[in-house]
Design a protein around this ligand. Structure first.
Ligand code: MN
Ligand code: MN
Length: 466
C-alpha cells in the first residue's frame, strides 16, 4: 500500500531540485544499451590515441557512412554528408539539414589531442650505455604519473625523400614498449621530501629505448649507433629526420572496464575522446536533421587551442563561410544564428579528494551528462558563460528528451580552474555551452569515466541534432 505523502513531502517534490543516481533512474534496457555502446567506445579509444589517428579513423568510418570530402562552391542538398580534413589533425563532419543554412547550424565541438610526452627535435642520445629519447611534455600533466608505466610511440616522420612514415610501436601484444624510469624508494630519501611537482622534473621525462651496443670496439656512442642502425633498417630513417618529425609518447595500455560491476571505463585520452566519440556517433546516426549538424574535432586544446589546427584558429569559421557562400549567404549570418555544444569533460567529485570540491555544484560519476554553464579560473577568468536563455534552451531540451544530465563546476572557487574550446565558438558570435561527462583522474595516463554518463552524453547529442 502506498504511504500517503505529507504536505511537506509533496511541496518538496514540487519545489526542490532532486538528484538521483543514473543506476536508479535508467531502465534495464537503457543500462544494457549503455554497456553495449561502450564496447565500441573502448575499441575506438584503443585505435585512436592521437589527433592524427582520430582523424584517420573517423574519416574512414564517415566514408563508410556515405560522407564525402567538402567541395568549396558546391551547394549541398538536405541529407548530404560531408567532411573536411584539416591537415590530418583536425576535422569537420556535417550532415546538411532541411532548414536553409541562413537559419544557422548546430555545432558539436570537441578536442582530439590529449596530454602526452612529445619527442624533442633532437631526441636520441646515449648516457652510460643506455639509449634514451628526450621529451617535452604536452598539456597539463603531473609528471610523476608518467614514470614506471609502459609507454608506446606514435607519430609520423617525413623522410629525406619526402615519403611519410607512420609509426606505432607498443600497441601490439608482440611490440616492445618503452618507459621513464623512477628512483627506487631505497635511494629516494631526498626525492620524497620534494614537493610533488618537483619529484620528477621535465628534463627527467626521458624515454628508455635501448641498451645493446653496436659490436665494434672502436666506436663511441655504440648503443645509440645500434639504435640508429635498427631504426634505419626498419624504417629507413636517419637521425636528422627527427628534426621535423611529430613523434609522441602515450600510455601503452588499452581501455578496460573498471569495477566488479563493470560500470566504469579506465583508459588514456578520454579527455576528450569521450566527447569526440559520442558526438561523432550521434552525427553518424543522424537521419534527416532540420538544422545542419556539424561535428568538429579540434587539436591543440591542451595547449591553448592555438595554431592552424586549434579551434581558436580560423578553420571552423572558414569552413562555415565556404559552406554558406555556395548559397550566397554571408558566413557571419550563419554563425550568429548557430548554436554550439562545446563538448569537454569536467572533474568528477572524488571521495579521495573532497577538499577541492564544492559538492552542491560539483558533478558526480553516474549522474549523467554534465552541462557546465561557465568555466574559468578565479573570477571566472577566461570563461564564455552561456546566457540564461541558451542554458535554459539546452537544459529544457534535455528534459524533454529524457536525457540524464546534471550541472557541474570545476572544483571550489579559487581552487584552480580551467577552460575548454567554448570561447572559440563564442567568439564567432555562436551561442555556446559546455557539455561532457565527469572524469576521475583527469589528465592522468589512466582516466576514469562512467558508462551511464557516456551513454547519456551520446543521447544528449542525438537530442541536440534532432
Ligand atoms: Mn578537455
Ligand atoms: Mn584536458
Amino acid at each position: 500500500m502506498e504511504k500517503t505523502k505529507s504536505e511537506a513531502q509533496k511541496l518538496k517534490e514540487e519545489l526542490f531540485l532532486s538528484r538521483k543516481h543514473g543506476g536508479l533512474l535508467l531502465s534495464e534496457e537503457e543500462l544494457s544499451a549503455a554497456q553495449d555502446y561502450c564496447e565500441d567506445y573502448k575499441a575506438f579509444l584503443n585505435r585512436a590515441k592521437t589527433e592524427r589517428e582520430t582523424v584517420e579513423l573517423t574519416i574512414t568510418m564517415a566514408e563508410k557512412a556515405g560522407f564525402v570530402p567538402f567541395e568549396i562552391g558546391k551547394a549541398y542538398q538536405p541529407g548530404d554528408k560531408i567532411y573536411y580534413n584539416n591537415r590530418k589533425k583536425a576535422a569537420i563532419f556535417a550532415v546538411i539539414g532541411t532548414d536553409p543554412i541562413e537559419q544557422g547550424v548546430n555545432l558539436m565541438t570537441s578536442h582530439i589531442d590529449s596530454p602526452r610526452l612529445d619527442l624533442k627535435v633532437n631526441p636520441l642520445y646515449e648516457d652510460n650505455e643506455l639509449a634514451l629519447f628526450k621529451t617535452h611534455y604536452y598539456g597539463g600533466i603531473k609528471k610523476y604519473q608518467w614514470t614506471a608505466i609502459p609507454l608506446a610511440l606514435h607519430g609520423v616522420v617525413v623522410r629525406s625523400d619526402d615519403t611519410t612514415l607512420t609509426v606505432t610501436v607498443g600497441e601490439d601484444e608482440n611490440d616492445p614498449v618503452f618507459c621513464v624510469t623512477d628512483l627506487l624508494p631505497h635511494l629516494a630519501a631526498d626525492q620524497v621530501k620534494l614537493p610533488l611537482h618537483e619529484g620528477i622534473k621535465g628534463e627527467q621525462l626521458n624515454i628508455l629505448i635501448g641498451s645493446h651496443p653496436f659490436r665494434d670496439d672502436e666506436a663511441s656512442e655504440r648503443v645509440k649507433l645500434n639504435l640508429m642502425r635498427i631504426l634505419n633498417e626498419k624504417y629507413g630513417i636517419v637521425e636528422k629526420d627527427f628534426r621535423s618529425a611529430e613523434l609522441t609518447i602515450v600510455p601503452a595500455f588499452k581501455a578496460r572496464d573498471i569495477g566488479f560491476d563493470r560500470s566504469m571505463i579506465g583508459a588514456y585520452g578520454q579527455d576528450d575522446h569521450v566527447c569526440a566519440y559520442t558526438s561523432f556517433s550521434a552525427l553518424l546516426a543522424a537521419k534527416s536533421p532540420k538544422r545542419t549538424a556539424v561535428c568538429v574535432f579540434s587539436d591543440k586544446e591542451e595547449t591553448g587551442s592555438n595554431g592552424t589546427t586549434g579551434l581558436a584558429g580560423s578553420f571552423l569559421s572558414f569552413f562555415l563561410e565556404n559552406l554558406a557562400a555556395a548559397y550566397n549567404v554571408p558566413g557571419r549570418i550563419v554563425m550568429s544564428r548557430s548554436k554550439c555544444l562545446s563538448a569537454d569533460v569536467n572533474a568528477a567529485f572524488d571521495p579521495n579528494f573532497p577538499e577541492v570540491s564544492e559538492p552542491r555544484n560539483n558533478c558526480f560519476v553516474n549522474y549523467g551528462a554534465v552541462i557546465t554553464k561557465y568555466t574559468g579560473a578565479r573570477g571566472k577568468s577566461g570563461t564564455s558563460d552561456a546566457s540564461a536563455e541558451f542554458a535554459a534552451e539546452i537544459q529544457h531540451l534535455m528534459d524533454r528528451e529524457n536525457v540524464l544530465w546534471q550541472t557541474g563546476e570545476l572544483g571550489k572557487v579559487d581552487q584552480g580552474g580551467g577552460g575548454t574550446v567554448a570561447f572559440c565558438t563564442a567568439e564567432l558570435d555562436i551561442d555556446t555551452i559546455d557539455i561532457g561527462v565527469p572524469v576521475l583522474s583527469m589528465h592522468a595516463p589512466f582516466e576514469v569515466t562512467s558508462k551511464i554518463d557516456i551513454y547519456s552524453l551520446y543521447r544528449a547529442f542525438v537530442a541536440f541534432i534532432g
